[in-house]
Design a protein around this ligand. Structure first.
Ligand SMILES: Nc1nc2c(ncn2[C@@H]2O[C@@H]3COP(=O)(O)O[C@H]4[C@@H](O)[C@H](n5cnc6c(=O)[nH]c(N)nc65)O[C@@H]4COP(=O)(O)O[C@H]3[C@H]2O)c(=O)[nH]1
Length: 723
């Protein structure tokens, strides 16, 4: 069968087109008719020139060339064919017998050589074989072209995929990875071939990856999808998150096998894609973070705090352990925020957070509860002492000034502490009780800490009732003023009386300040309570002064809220004038912490009061800031040594030394000194020996109603008189 034109479909064969070139007319004619007899489409050319012209205008499958021709010879025609129709095969038919010419022709691309005179059968067999070879070659080229195109298309599709595409062998080694792996993770696909997927997967996710591949029921219809972290390389950021979808390859649909560069045979068993989901994960993480954190301080918010506390309570209950909840409220934050602006307020909160965090351990949870309130969870403490230590650390951490731009500001912190399980068995109670304890700190002049105790207990229902009752008590005049004598240590004369409030509750009986003052502070009723106490005391003590006790001093306690009020001095002076109470007989007691809350403002007010002749005493001296710096800058007359130091005298502890130091210092500064809470003769003797000016305490009598105290004015209480 004659070979078909290679580009024609097999079912419509076309005769092969043969160009015959010979300058010998007889040979040309016989060669052409021989070929035509075999139904080739034959075109003849009598010389090289004519052949070149035909080559320029027609397409041939084969050229049968005489080599030796005048003018343009066979070699020239071959060159022309090579440049114009490289697909056209050439068979040389020549009388040339030298080996040189033949080999030259073959070197130039002739496919075969037939010597003249030719044997017709041999010639036809050569022509047929050459044409067949040409056709096969063309078909091969054609298929290779299609394969190359198809391969390029698939490579393009795989490499342009937005995802990493990979194949693994049964042990998890890469058989194939597309080039995406380079721009996404920084690995060259070639270097990953033959390496285990462990090489690029985050160590924490290797086990999950292995498990997912080996899961029993995964298939192409049921691929395994999992999120893992892949390691990046080079200058890229840390690990990125990828969603991997993988399934086993069905050997029937993919019977191919690959070999790595070491020639090791690796059969692709898994196919998969890896999609970069880092942005989505980061967005999710941010949304999650936002839901559970305060964005300003980046601390856990109320919701997360409660969550952690709930867990910690469950754990502590199971392990029979304690835990502590602290409620922290910044002192003076509002003033700073109002005067320096919210931006500064925000910076302050961040700086405060930073300092607080440095006092904590890893498992502790500090949260911003709102505004300037923070809560702290200490999940496993051994005793109250652990919590006390942390509270002291926190207070100390905030004591140094904060630099906000050009401003140096001071904030303090009031901390209420509730311990599980004593102060509450559930989350709400613990937080609420820590809050109550914090209010007690505020009521005592801020910047300190207190543990919640049952005596502070005012649950929310009772709280409302108590608040209502307290308002009523003011209207119905159920409050009482009790007086505790302050006795001169040298003469045993009563030189002063401290006014202490009591509440004659119609149902609960006589209530002490600790039972209702924190609530009064919280609800701001304290101002009315204190004003009422002062009015009553001005009347009672004013009466005794006018009746002969001209030097009798009245000591009153002032709440921070009262003193911080802008019209404090004005209101107090108005009250004094209204009740005709002599200012020089009044001594106001304030705490060190109150002064430090706003040194500028408070000292200004104290100076004004001092100018009117009012005396100023520092209550609970030694328990607060004890910043001796301010004392000589303020118009202070008296230091009241705190009860805790007096108590320490009995046991001869460190506190006793503090009493020594305070009294020595008061002498140096020419201040009067009153020791509070003196109960025993031992304490009294000790204090007298140190030169303490006045004594207040049960040894000379507790606080009593006006009627009872009136009797002992100017007289010595029996017990003390014996000394
Ligand atoms: N263990 C012991 N305690 C003694 C002894 N001598 C006196 N005390 C108690 O110690 C407290 C001294 O008052 P404070 O330090 O000014 O502390 C006062 C004061 O800060 C505040 N307070 C009382 N009355 C008023 C008031 O009218 N207005 C304001 N703002 N605060 C008040 O309540 C606090 C507690 O007052 P009280 O319960 O009356 O308790 C009083 C008094 O009864 C003693 O020898 N041993």
């Amino acid at each position: 069968m004659k070979p078909a034109h290679a580009e024609q479909p097999l079912n419509a064969p076309m005769p092969a087109r043969v160009l015959v070139v010979d300058d010998e007319p007889r040979l040309l004619t016989s060669l052409c008719s021989l070929l035509r007899s075999q139904e080739y489409s034959v075109t003849e050319a009598a010389d090289g020139h004519g052949a070149c012209q035909l080559i320029d205008s027609q397409t041939f499958d084969l050229a049968m060339l005489d080599l030796r021709m005048p003018g343009i010879d066979g070699f020239d025609v071959m060159r022309h064919i090579a440049s114009r129709q490289p697909d056209c095969g050439v068979v040389v038919v020549s009388g040339e017998s030298s080996f040189d010419a033949v080999s030259r022709a073959l070197r130039r691309g002739a496919l075969d050589y037939i010597r003249k005179p030719f044997d017709p059968d041999e010639l036809l067999a050569t022509v047929e074989s050459v044409l067949e070879k040409r056709a096969l070659l063309r078909a091969h080229e054609h298929i290779r072209g299609r394969l190359e195109k198809s391969e390029a298309l698939h490579r393009y599709i795989v490499n342009s995929s937005p995802d990493i595409v990979f194949m693994l062998d049964g042990d998890g080694h890469f058989c194939f990875v597309n080039s995406k792996v380079e721009c996404m993770l920084g690995y060259h696909p070639q270097e990953l071939r033959g390496r285990h997927f462990r090489h690029i997967i985050d160590d924490r996710d290797v086990a999950r990856g292995t498990y997912a591949l080996n899961a029993p029921n995964i298939s192409a219809d049921n691929p395994r999808t999992l999120e893992v972290r892949l390691k990046t390389r080079g200058s890229r950021r840390a690990n990125r998150y990828f969603e991997i979808t993988a399934f086993p390859i069905d050997p029937e649909t993919w019977p191919q096998a690959g070999a790595d560069e070491h020639g090791k045979h690796r059969e692709a068993r898994y196919y998969g894609t890896a999609r970069d989901v880092t942005e989505r994960k980061e967005a999710e993480a941010f949304i999650n973070f936002q839901a559970y954190h305060d964005l300003l301080t980046r601390l856990p918010n109320r919701a997360l705090f409660k969550d952690r506390l709930e867990l910690a309570i469950t754990h502590a209950r199971r392990e029979n352990q304690k835990l502590a909840v602290m409620f922290l409220d910044l002192d003076r934050f509002k003033v700073i925020n109002d005067t320096l602006g919210h931006a500064m307020g925000d910076r302050l909160l961040q700086a405060v957070t930073h300092r607080l965090e440095r006092c904590l351990r890893k498992g502790d949870t500090l949260s911003r509860f709102g505004g300037d309130e923070f809560t702290l969870l200490l999940p496993s403490i051994h005793s109250h002492e652990d919590a006390r230590m942390i509270a002291k650390k926190l207070i100390k951490a905030l004591r140094n000034p904060f630099q906000l731009g050009d401003h140096e500001v001071f904030v303090g912190v009031s901390i209420g502490i509730s311990i599980f399980p004593e102060a509450g068995e559930n989350m709400d109670h613990l937080i609420q009780n820590a809050d109550i304890a914090m209010y007690h700190v505020k009521a005592r002049g801020k910047d300190g800490y207190r543990f919640y105790s049952a005596s502070m207990s005012i649950d929310s229902a009772n709280r409302l009732i108590l608040e209502r009752d307290l308002r009523l008590a003011l209207e119905r005049e159920e409050l009482r003023v009790f007086y505790q004598p302050q006795v001169c240590a040298a003469t045993n004369q009563v030189v002063g009386l401290e006014a202490l409030v009591r509440w004659q509750h119609p149902v609960r009986g006589l209530l002490y300040p600790r039972d209702f003052l924190p609530l009064a502070e919280e609800t701001r009723l304290i101002t009315q309570v204190s004003e009422w106490v002062m009015n009553q005391a001005f009347q009672d003590v004013g009466h005794w002064i006018r009746s002969g006790q001209q030097d009798l001093r009245l000591a009153v306690n002032l709440s921070p809220i009262q003193v911080e009020h802008p019209k404090f001095v004005e209101t107090l002076m108005k009250q004094l004038r209204a009740s005709h109470f002599p200012p020089r007989n009044l001594e106001i007691e304030i705490t060190e912490n109150l002064i430090m809350n706003d040194l500028e403002q408070i000292s200004q007010k104290l100076r004004e009061l001092a100018d009117f002749g009012i005396r100023i005493a520092i209550d609970d001296f030694g328990t607060g800031y004890s910043s001796l710096n301010y004392i000589h800058r303020l118009p202070i007359h008296t230091l009241k040594v705190d009860q805790s130091f007096v108590k320490a005298i009995r046991s001869g502890e460190e506190g006793a030394c503090i009493v020594n130091a305070i009294i020595a210092m008061a002498h140096g500064l020419r201040l009067e000194i009153i020791a509070e809470g003196v109960e025993t003769t031992e304490q009294l003797t000790y204090l007298k020996r140190l030169g303490c000016h006045q004594i207040q305490g049960f040894i000379h009598g507790a606080a009593q109603p006006a009627e009872a105290i009136e009797n002992c004015l100017g007289h010595l209480p029996a017990k003390a008189a014996m000394l």
